[in-house]
Design a protein. Structure first.
Ligand SMILES: Nc1ncnc2c1ncn2[C@@H]1O[C@H](COP(=O)(O)OP(=O)(O)OP(=O)(O)O)[C@@H](O)[C@H]1O
Length: 277
């Protein structure tokens, strides 16, 4: 484990170099460097508002950085022409915490949707692919149900089947465990690991649940203050000595992430321009 020094992997599927992003005058990333190795599960952790979702949006080209490179499979995303960006996005699967299923479509049609949207495949092929993906997430028997008939955990598994329906090279999981009971959480956890290993996918997992992350992820980046504050395999990372690591994994209320939101001088706010005597 190293604090604040990213691994430089020659075989990284995603390489971020010198990424700087300012949103609404706030620096989110300050020359961030990190590598996401192929075929592994890399977790991105960090305090709320540290930019984890923003990083995912950079990887998919939904947000332009102020400076730096985000290379996905060798292609610098911010510099890609529109058509190549769309090609790249088709090789990326997403799973969000709200599952984002289409409420008027059955489970089957939700999973089939990305196939029908972009490809003209014979119905028999669509059926085989969709049922194979539903089988992989344990829900082939639920193909005809509507989203309103699913539990939260099932809905997320359907969304996962949809995320892999076009055999992506990369899956982005944004808070996949939020709101799940322990059984559903473990099912999703196991699926993330199994799909990654059996389909040879590269996975990026944004999550706050360290116990779950430490079971699923091969390596973790802790992002804080616009940079990589720490990285390593989960068990080592939690033992890190940096103030960020200690506060984050110790769950301390005050530290580099301050308890107090930045504010004017307290005395001035209370009407004592020179402070109380
Ligand atoms: N489009 C935008 N315009 C302006 N500010 C934004 C925009 N998107 C995100 N932000 C700000 O950027 C910061 C990082 O947001 P982001 O959602 O990436 O954080 P996060 O680490 O994923 O947080 P959480 O763990 O709470 O989900 C936040 O302060 C957020 O308010």
């Amino acid at each position: 484990m190293t604090d604040a020094k990213p691994t430089q992997s020659a075989d990284a599927l995603v390489q971020v170099r010198g990424l700087s992003t300012v949103l609404n005058g706030k620096t989110i990333f300050d020359r961030l460097d990190l590598d996401i190795p192929r075929g592994k599960i890399t977790a991105i952790m960090g305090p709320s508002g540290t930019g984890k979702t923003t990083l995912l949006r950079h990887i998919t080209g939904q947000l332009m950085p102020d400076a730096g490179e985000i290379r996905v499979d060798g292609r610098n995303v911010p510099a890609l022409p529109r058509d190549q960006l769309f090609d790249l996005r088709e090789k990326i699967g997403y799973l969000f915490q709200n599952s984002a299923l289409l409420t008027d479509f059955s489970v089957f049609e939700n999973v089939a949707f990305p196939l029908r949207q972009h490809l003209r495949l014979p119905e028999e092929v669509v059926r085989n692919v969709v049922l194979t993906k539903l089988q992989a997430v344990g829900l082939r028997g639920a193909a005809e149900l509507m989203p309103s008939e699913l539990s939260g955990g099932m809905a997320r598994r359907v969304a996962l089947a949809r995320a892999i329906v076009r055999d992506p090279m990369l899956i982005l999981y944004d808070e996949p465990f939020v709101g799940l009971d322990p059984i559903a959480l473990n099912q999703i956890l196991k699926l993330i690991r199994t799909l990654n290993d059996t389909l040879g996918i590269t996975s990026i997992l944004v999550a706050h649940e360290f116990a779950a992350v430490s079971r699923a992820a091969d390596q973790v980046y802790l992002i804080a203050g616009g940079k990589v504050a720490a990285q390593g395999v989960p068990a080592e990372l939690a033992r890190g000595e940096s103030p960020w690591t200690k506060q984050f994994f110790g769950g301390e209320a005050d530290g580099p992430v301050p308890f107090q939101y930045p504010a004017r001088d307290y005395a001035a706010d209370l009407g004592f321009p020179e402070g109380p005597r």
